[in-house]
Write a protein that binds this ligand. Structure first.
Ligand code: KMT
Ligand code: NI
Length: 172
């Protein structure tokens, strides 16, 4: 895992866009983003039991797996959005970037690789992209039924209870 402020410069979303300002795991936890490095499925099972993640599936994002849909999918993942549930991802292989908004509404880029696990809290604005390797294989965990509905950023969401809860807990 490597976290840093995004440079906001033009260029492919899959490039590093590293501004040079590094952030730590504790900077991430201050905005409710939890990072773990877990090198066994038993470790993931223990975390899942502790946090009540009852369901899981696996996804591979790559041109090999997705064919012509790949470029479209990668652009969709990169639209800024939030969810009304936590987003939990465990990287089994490959690499990818999760970008999350910080307290100043700046993008923080989090580079994840094999055995990295991230929990994004409900209500945080975020986006995802593969990196230049164009390959990630991840486990998606969830508490109940998978609810993937992305709610794209909009002022209408300022009154969403999950957004309000996130803002009052981490951004106030
Ligand atoms: C998401 O929600 O953006 C994804 O599931 C992307 C693939 S998992 C790293
Ligand atoms: Ni998401």
């Amino acid at each position: 895992m490597k976290a840093y402020l995004y440079d906001n410069l033009p260029g492919d979303q899959r490039l590093p866009h590293d501004s040079g300002t590094a952030l730590s795991a504790s900077d991430l936890s201050a905005i409710g983003v939890l990072y773990y490095h877990i090198d066994s499925i038993e470790g993931v099972d223990a975390l899942a039991a502790e946090r009540g993640y009852k369901n899981r599936d696996e996804i591979t994002v790559s041109p090999e797996k997705m064919g012509d849909a790949y470029e479209t999918k990668v652009k969709m993942f990169f639209d800024e959005h939030l969810h009304e549930d936590e987003e939990i991802r465990y990287i089994r292989d490959g690499k990818g970037y999760f970008d999350v908004r910080d307290k100043g509404d700046r993008w923080v880029r989090i580079w994840l690789e094999k055995d990295d696990l991230i929990i994004l809290p409900a209500g945080i604005y975020h986006r995802f992209t593969t990196d230049e390797s164009n390959y990630v294989h991840a486990m998606r965990l969830f508490k109940d039924e998978p609810k993937w509905t992305p709610l794209n950023r909009s002022e209408d969401l300022d009154s969403n209870p999950h957004r309000k809860q996130y803002v009052s807990q981490f951004l106030a």
